[in-house]
Structures are given as C-alpha cells and as structure tokens.
Design a protein around this ligand. Structure first.
Ligand code: ZN
Length: 142
C-alpha cells in the first residue's frame, strides 16, 4: 500500500552533541511517532539569540507548512558544551534552573510567532554509565 501522507505531528529541537544520538531520536520516535528534526549546537541557544532567532523560527514555519506539525518539542541537555558544560554551574540544581530559563524563553518566542503551537519542554540528563553515554529525558511541566 502506498502512503502519500507526509505530515508529521512535531518538530524536535535538539543539540548536535553526538552523545545524545541516536538514542534521543529513538526516544522521541516512541513518544511522537514522527517529527522533523532541527539540530544545532546548544539546541535552543540560537533560537533565543536576537541575530539568529528568525532563522530558527523559519525552520518551525517550514515544518508547519510542509508537514502540518503542531507540536514544538524544545529540549536542552545536561553538560552542554555550548554553555560551558556542567563545570560551569554551581551544582545540578543550578544547571537545571539555567536550562529551564532557556526553555521558558524559547517557549515565549515560539508562541509569539505561532500562538496556536503546542509547545512541550524536556530536560535531558546525560551520564556516562557502564562505558557509554546514557540520556535521560524528562518532560518539564509548567
Ligand atoms: Zn549540547
């Protein structure tokens, strides 16, 4: 049977850090079935930066137009090199709070441009366990 339907429910913003991939993609595939993928250093770092914001908003616009995606999945991860890594923070709580602020700011920017979008946020824990990097995504509720 041919399936010409190429719509998808979501677009995922995620850091390019190799330690997250492809596990994180598989995780979101379970959660959202299919999604468009927007990968960049620091994930939302350049979506909230004034001079690069429009480019990232245009990626959401493309996804909505081409694939009718309704959900925008915003993620940030532990030990992100684009923010100086875990060493740059006082403790785990301080690090989490920082990324929570980044995600809140990104959510505001996305909703300003796309008021009808369904925005969801995840903080991805990242730990080296038994010789490999393991990601542990957790949904953040407002
Ligand atoms: Zn990163």
């Amino acid at each position: 049977m041919t399936n010409n339907n190429h719509s998808c429910p979501a677009i995922l913003f995620v850091c390019l850090d190799w330690r997250l991939h492809p596990e994180i993609e598989n995780y979101f595939k379970e959660e959202y079935d299919n999604y468009d993928l927007c990968v960049s250093a620091g994930s939302l770092k350049d979506l909230i930066a004034e001079n690069t914001k429009d480019y990232f908003l245009s990626q959401i616009e493309c996804s909505r137009k081409l694939h009718n995606s309704q959900t925008v999945i915003l993620t940030m991860h532990q030990d992100c090199g684009a923010y100086g890594g875990t060493a740059n923070f006082e403790d785990a709580e301080d690090e989490f709070r920082h990324y929570q602020k980044v995600m809140d700011e990104a959510e505001k920017i996305v909703l300003q441009k796309f008021p009808k979008a369904n925005v969801v946020k995840y903080f991805i824990g990242l730990e080296f366990k038994e010789n490999k990097w393991v990601s542990d995504p957790k949904k953040i509720n407002d």
